[in-house]
Design a protein around this ligand. Structure first.
Ligand SMILES: [Zn+2]
Length: 288
């Protein structure tokens, strides 16, 4: 894992992993914000798409076999047409990233997902010898009960974002642990419900003895979504998302916590500072 950025939180440490990259429509990513504003920070390509990363985290403890992954990115299962639409390279996803860094997917004991949209849950499963199977055969998969039910019912504004191929193999293997609100997931790691993007969305809080790090999920997909009005058109409840975001940023600024931003390209790990009515994000680079 030599070349992966690592953050020591005291009694546990967090390593930044790549769950792939994709492009989505810039207008949809910025909701009501006029293009001249967002296009300066995130230049759109000739199809009006902007580049996004799928950042994932590995949490490890000294003297423990527990290995927890936060988020799985878009995964490998896309038809050629979808690969073009989303600019997805199906060979570049979380599993190859782990193997390249000598991390055995079978050694992962827990996976936590902020929500079950395709670009977050897609790495949960893959096709091995023609069969669709869990990527992490020994892991318990943690998500909110509400999100799980909404995924099965396809509750949302996007038609194809909850994909059965990402969920049913985990059902078949009986690997889910469904959470009801704010819960301790494993020691040092807990869920913090932050509804808005979906009803069952939660952020994932890693509380080390020295420092806390929070994974945003789609509460704030890039650092350019810091402003209160910067919601995605994909958010089911924009006003609620805005309130969840303000609460989280205020808490992190007060406690000097770190934020891991799920789709951020340039500075995925930042610290948060309150600056009057505004917040400032300062990039934090990890050790090796
Ligand atoms: Zn989403």
């Amino acid at each position: 894992m030599k070349d992966l950025p690592t953050y020591n939180l005291g009694d546990c440490r967090v390593t930044l992993l790549s769950g792939g990259r994709l492009k989505l429509d810039g207008g949809a990513m910025f909701g009501l914000i006029p293009k001249p504003l967002w296009n300066r920070a995130c230049p759109a390509d000739d199809q009006n798409r902007i580049q996004l990363h799928c950042n994932c985290l590995l949490v490890e403890w000294p003297d423990s076999d527990r290995r927890l992954i936060i988020e799985t990115g878009h995964g490998p299962k896309y038809a050629e047409k979808e690969q073009k639409i989303f600019a997805i390279d199906p060979t570049r996803w979380l599993r190859p990233c782990l193997i390249q860094h000598d991390i055995d997917p079978a050694s992962i004991t827990d996976v936590v997902l902020s929500h079950l949209h395709f670009d977050h849950a897609g790495g949960l499963t893959w096709k091995s010898d023609g069969a669709l199977v869990p990527t992490f055969p020994n892991a318990t998969v943690h998500a909110q009960q509400q999100e799980y039910e909404d995924a099965h019912a396809n509750f949302g504004v996007m038609t194809a974002t909850y994909r059965r191929e990402n969920i049913e193999p985990i059902d078949a293997a009986d690997r889910w642990r469904l959470l009801n609100g704010d819960e301790q997931i494993v020691p040092n790691v807990r869920s913090l419900v932050t509804p808005g993007h979906t009803r069952g969305h939660h952020c994932i809080v890693v509380e080390g003895s020295d420092r806390t790090l929070v994974f945003t999920g789609d509460l704030m997909p890039t650092r350019h979504h810091l402003g209160a009005a910067y919601n995605m058109a994909y958010d089911l409840f924009p006003l609620e998302n805005r309130e969840s975001k303000r609460r989280l940023l205020t808490w992190l600024a007060e406690t000097d916590g770190l934020l891991a931003i799920d789709h951020e390209v340039e500075t995925p790990i930042v610290s948060v500072r309150q600056d009057g009515d505004w917040f400032q994000l300062d990039p934090v680079s990890g050790g090796a």
